[in-house]
Write a protein that binds this ligand. Structure first.
Ligand code: SAH
Length: 239
């Protein structure tokens, strides 16, 4: 997979991409990520990226030309037609299901917004999908872009080792993950649930499933409704 990110703060994005699993995924050749400075695509000597909103109102809006130029440049030199994503609180909500869908793409181009947002016309012209990481407002699209990249890249085949397996991740099976314990066996007077020490893999799997369902019922009943699963259904499905 190839990912291009267009941002006004490339150094912030680069720093995170050079860390941990994202770094290793690039070293292993599972993904190629390139970060572009939006200012490099400006047309004037002052490298202007923003302007006042038509119709008045507070703040500034990212001008369409530099973004349009960046998309055209990336399309040209990669000789590919990437799926263009624009980070925006007005976008489709990013979920694990969406991460799975994006992980099937060959090439993603993510544009990070700033200020009040981006001129609407460039969204239309680049056929961009607006994508939101949640119902709150940040000051820029850099963190959302990194959230998306990290969630997608860890789904690419061969990226995660055994120690980071997705098996017990929340959402992998449509519900939240089970509670986790490591040594010591007793910590501050609290014991590890005995079943985990039993060595009985079937019992442990059953316990983990029950715990996952219990937690999901309590914290995220909407997930059970969405999957149309009652606890009984999941148990049956797994049999
Ligand atoms: N005026 C806009 C918000 C601008 S926030 C509105 O109310 O819709 C500035 C930029 O931060 C946005 O252009 C977007 O790129 C990014 N951003 C802020 N919150 C976000 C979120 N929840 N998801 C994705 N991107 C977000």
């Amino acid at each position: 997979m190839r990912i291009d990110i267009v941002t006004l703060f490339p150094e912030v994005v680069d720093a995170y991409l050079r860390t941990s699993i994202l770094k290793r995924a690039q070293e292993k050749g599972k993904v190629r990520i390139k970060v572009h400075n939006l200012r490099a695509f400006t047309l004037d000597r002052y490298h202007t990226v923003d302007d006042y909103p038509f119709g008045g109102g507070p703040g500034m809006v990212l001008k369409p030309e530099p973004i349009f130029k960046a998309v055209r440049f990336i399309r040209g030199y990669t000789e590919s037609n990437p799926l263009v994503l624009v980070t925006s609180p007005r976008g489709e909500l990013f979920t694990q299901a969406k991460a799975f869908a994006l992980a099937k793409e060959n090439h993603l181009l993510i544009i990070c917004g700033r200020y009040q947002g981006i001129d609407e016309r460039v969204l239309t012209l680049t056929q961009a999908q607006e994508i939101s990481i949640g119902d709150y407002v940040l000051s820029g699209g850099e963190l959302p872009a990194l959230v998306i990249v990290e969630a997608v890249v860890r789904l690419l085949p061969g990226v995660l080792g055994d120690e980071e397996s997705r098996e017990f991740d929340s959402f992998t099976h449509g519900i939240l993950g089970p509670p986790l314990f490591t040594r010591p066996r007793v910590f501050q007077g609290i014991e590890v649930p005995p079943v985990l020490l039993s060595g009985d893999h079937a019992r442990i799997a059953k316990w983990r499933k029950e715990q996952s369902l219990e937690k999901t019922r309590k914290m995220r009943p909407d997930l059970l409704e969405k999957e149309n699963l009652s606890s009984g259904d999941v148990a049956k499905k797994e049999k």
